[in-house]
Write a protein that binds this ligand. Structure first.
Ligand SMILES: Nc1ncnc2c1ncn2[C@@H]1O[C@H](COP(=O)(O)OP(=O)(O)O)[C@@H](O)[C@H]1O
Ligand SMILES: [Mg+2]
Length: 317
């Protein structure tokens, strides 16, 4: 059975300029232990998807349709206090900027202990400290016990992200949502953090939604990949399927942009054009203006098809 099942989720922002359909009818499911990658260019609706699951959509935004089933509950029906109990414990997050998760004026030890005690008030202080140190060791932070007394600025970017990952794992989450967790890091550190996350998800048997604009990164650690475009999932399949046999012209375009596997620097052609405004979406397929295959049919109605067991939103495959 799925740990998380998102059905027809729609999250819109009601701005002065109009209704921004940031997420407009997406479906996906996640099994325990599975790593799902959500990939797509900036503004596609990836972060809004994550925030919707976390119950963190604020005015002018609102979930206007769909369900988010998690361990037998529909999260869209939770009260703010019920959500607060789940967030940081059963569902935890790692964001791009460790600054959003770490308070600059509090030692990391105190932050870890407080995170732990918020959800497990029965724990003794000493025990919480031990647990926090243990977790810092698990994420590979050298001199973990001494680091407890450090402030975030005393750590490098990669170390801070390790601390954030430790914090996310403290309360044994069943689901981890990581939004561009390695985007701010340089390539070597990025590879280390990716490897660490993959190992930890396995060790903890938790599930991970890994959000990134970079298919190269997503393809390194994900079991399943959802390709998002203009608020919708245009292709959804296993990592192997998506990488070796992409069906949607947008996915094909993303793959053509990947650096060549042979290590040569040649980059193939980027996808021409830009994503349509979410305020003013065209009729039919949202990708048609950039698509080499588009014809009159693509102007008429939005595509939704199953091709070889895979969901692909394209009339032309
Ligand atoms: N608070 C907000 N108010 C208005 N529009 C928003 C808000 N948050 C996000 N959006 C819009 O939702 C769309 C999707 O954003 P986002 O999910 O952040 O994209 P990304 O795929 O880059 O993570 C964007 O067009 C963005 O402008
Ligand atoms: Mg984002």
């Amino acid at each position: 059975m799925a740990l998380l099942e998102v059905e027809g989720l729609r999250t819109h922002f009601f701005t002065r300029e109009g209704e921004v359909k940031a997420v407009d009818g997406i479906d996906f499911a996640l099994k325990q232990g599975e790593i799902l990658g959500i990939v797509g260019e900036s503004g596609a609706g990836k972060s809004v998807t994550g925030f919707s699951i976390l119950g963190l959509i604020d005015t002018p935004g609102r979930i206007v349709g769909g369900r988010i089933h998690f361990e037998g509950k529909d999260l869209t029906q939770l009260s703010p206090s019920e959500y607060q109990q789940i967030r940081g414990s059963k569902i935890a997050t790692v964001f791009q900027d460790p600054q959003t998760s770490l308070d600059p004026v509090i030692t990391i030890g105190r932050q870890l202990v407080e995170t732990l005690l918020t959800h497990r008030p029965e724990m003794a202080g000493r025990q919480a400290e031990e647990h926090a140190i243990g977790m810092l060791k698990r994420v590979g932070l050298p001199s973990a016990a001494e680091r407890m007394h450090n402030y975030p600025y005393q750590l490098s970017g990669g170390m801070k992200q390790r601390v954030v990952i430790a914090m996310a794992l403290l309360n044994d989450p069943h689901l981890l949502i990581a939004d561009e967790p390695t985007t701010a890091l340089d390539a070597t550190i990025q590879a280390q953090i990716l490897y660490l996350m993959q190992q930890l998800v396995k060790d903890f048997n938790s599930s991970l939604i890994f959000i990134s604009h970079d298919l190269a990164v997503v393809s390194q650690i994900c079991d399943t990949i959802a390709v998002m475009y203009a608020g919708r999932i245009v292709e959804y399949g296993s990592r192997e399927e998506i990488l070796s046999d992409p069906k949607h012209p947008y996915t094909q375009g993303l793959i053509a942009c990947l650096p060549a596997l042979d290590g040569s620097k040649k980059r193939l052609k980027p996808i021409p054009g830009t994503m349509p405004s979410l305020l003013d979406l065209p009729q039919g397929c949202y990708f048609k203006d950039r698509c080499p295959l588009a014809d009159a049919q693509c102007d008429l109605y939005p595509p939704e098809r199953i091709v070889a067991g895979r969901r692909v939103s394209c009339h032309k495959v």
